[in-house]
Design a protein around this ligand. Structure first.
Ligand SMILES: *Cc1c(COP(=O)(O)O)cnc(C)c1O
Length: 455
């Protein structure tokens, strides 16, 4: 600041003491402005690409991936990651993961085709989910993809398709089980405790038409208990060893799915997620110990597959937004309206996202409710956040938005904005353009008799 610059006036206020504000860590999100993302200035990004704007850091994806991979390979000799497409299926993002050696994990025909179009070899695609059509299954069998069977109807369909295609489909079953975490996700796959999973494995082995490759589970999402994964690993290992004993058949892999938490803060948490969520090493330790101690012959140790989604991409995503207006609510509380709403920030419903001003600010802060631009009462980005003075046109950076927002976002009231990726050299690439009216109206048809009106 030059000596001659006028200091910004901040009017004095009387502040209500809010009882029940979590703790001293929960009050402020930031003490310094976030003016740059990977050394690229936020203001320059807004000037070139507009606001709101999603920004993805290629460097952060690669760093997080390699740290996570290391946590597992240090503890277990055979590890393979498969990128969970639904977590973020922007092609550029998928390509970074595939360059790092990740397979693809898909849960629909649409995602399957996307993985193929991205150049992933069919045998490196894991096809999960309860909704695979006959043509999806046929395609997956012909490409030697890994079909993870969810229910008996699907199992019988795959057996029928095996006869039709004259191939031996590569299959695994999804298993659900009691891991001590409730509610239990028992709607997907075959249950362990009731014997459904063992029954399905027997049906596969006795049919002789399918090649049983592995065992899969995905016990939940944003799991905060590493012990749940050791229980899951132990139960899958138990099934694998039972198959080996009865059929003399080796299970090639055990796939523990995804669900590790990112460093985001769940709503209602006492401490920020960065401080309180278990580290990836704790999960790696729980899983690898369970598998190593399970009783596999050292030469027949199954490959450990991980379908980690949010923990690998959340921290690589940012959303830049601009202040539209400030106002006082009838309670006297400050409200700030920004140009990014819950339609593009789906995860605001679950997380207290970190929100940082993108320009210098003074020490004064005030409890603020942060609203999005939608004409909807539910459009709240943060219900209570301590923020410094912000003016119309100022920018904010919302952190850790890389998981699910860019796939679960809705085209609602506003059009979806641009997404850029900052590469390892700090070069900015447009990886998804903003939508236009034509993006939508191209899909619409107005019946002839409705075309004309007089007003
Ligand atoms: C969604 C999903 C994942 C990824 O879950 P995260 O919680 O993002 O890690 C992995 N596997 C399956 C089967 C899924 O449905």
């Amino acid at each position: 600041m030059k000596n001659t610059d006028k200091i910004k006036y901040e009017r004095p206020i009387i502040k209500r003491l809010d009882a029940g504000i979590p703790n001293k860590f929960g009050l402020r999100t930031e003490y310094t402005p976030m003016t740059h993302i990977d050394n690229v200035s936020v203001k320059s990004l807004v000037a070139e690409f507009g606001s709101p704007l999603f920004v993805v850091s290629e460097k952060t994806i690669r760093n997080t991936y390699n740290q996570t991979k290391r946590a597992f390979t240090l503890r277990y000799p055979k590890v393979q990651f498969a990128w969970s497409y639904k977590t973020n299926y922007l092609d550029a993002v998928c390509h970074v993961f595939h360059q790092e050696g990740s397979w693809a994990e898909v849960v629909s025909g649409f995602e399957y085709d996307k993985a193929i179009a991205n150049g992933v070899n069919g045998k490196n695609i894991i096809f999960n989910g309860p909704d695979k059509s006959e043509s999806d299954i046929e395609k997956a069998i012909n490409n030697d993809s890994l079909l993870h069977i969810d229910h008996l109807d699907e199992l019988y369909m795959v057996i029928e398709m095996a006869e039709k295609t004259n191939k031996k489909p590569k299959v695994s079953i999804r298993v659900n089980m009691d891991t001590g975490i409730y509610p239990m996700w028992d709607r997907f796959g075959f249950n362990y405790e009731t014997g459904q999973a063992w029954d399905a494995l027997n049906k596969i082995m006795f049919s002789q038409k399918l090649e049983l490759m592995g065992l899969h589970c995905h016990i939940g999402t944003f799991m905060l208990a590493p012990y749940a994964y050791s229980t899951a690993a132990y139960k899958l290992a138990d099934l694998a060893l039972a198959v080996e004993k009865k059929f003399n058949h080796n299970i090639k892999y055990i796939d523990l799915g995804g669900g590790f938490p990112s460093k985001n803060t769940l709503k209602g948490s006492f401490l920020p997620g960065n401080d309180s969520n278990p580290s990836i090493d704790e999960f790696a330790e729980a899983i690898s110990s369970a598998l190593i101690n399970a009783g596999f012959h050292p030469e027949k140790l199954p490959l450990l597959i991980l379908e980690t989604g949010r923990a690998l991409i959340d921290d690589a995503g940012y959303l830049i937004s601009s202040v539209i207006a400030n106002k006082r609510l009838s309670s006297g509380k400050r409200a700030t309206i920004i140009d990014a709403g819950v339609n593009i920030m789906f995860t605001s419903f679950w997380y207290d996202h970190k929100v940082s001003p993108a320009q210098p600010f003074t020490h004064y802060t005030e409890d603020t409710v942060l609203y999005g631009p939608l004409c909807m009462n539910i459009d709240v980005i943060r219900e209570n956040i301590s923020l410094p003075l912000l003016n119309k046109g100022d920018n904010l950076v919302i952190s850790m938005v890389g998981a699910y927002n860019m796939t679960q976002w809705m085209q609602f009231i506003t059009l979806r904005p641009k997404i850029v990726m900052i590469d390892l050299n700090g070069k900015v690439h447009l990886i998804r353009d903003s939508e236009t009216n034509a993006t939508l109206t191209d899909l619409e048809r107005v019946p002839e008799h409705l075309k004309k009106f007089d007003l």
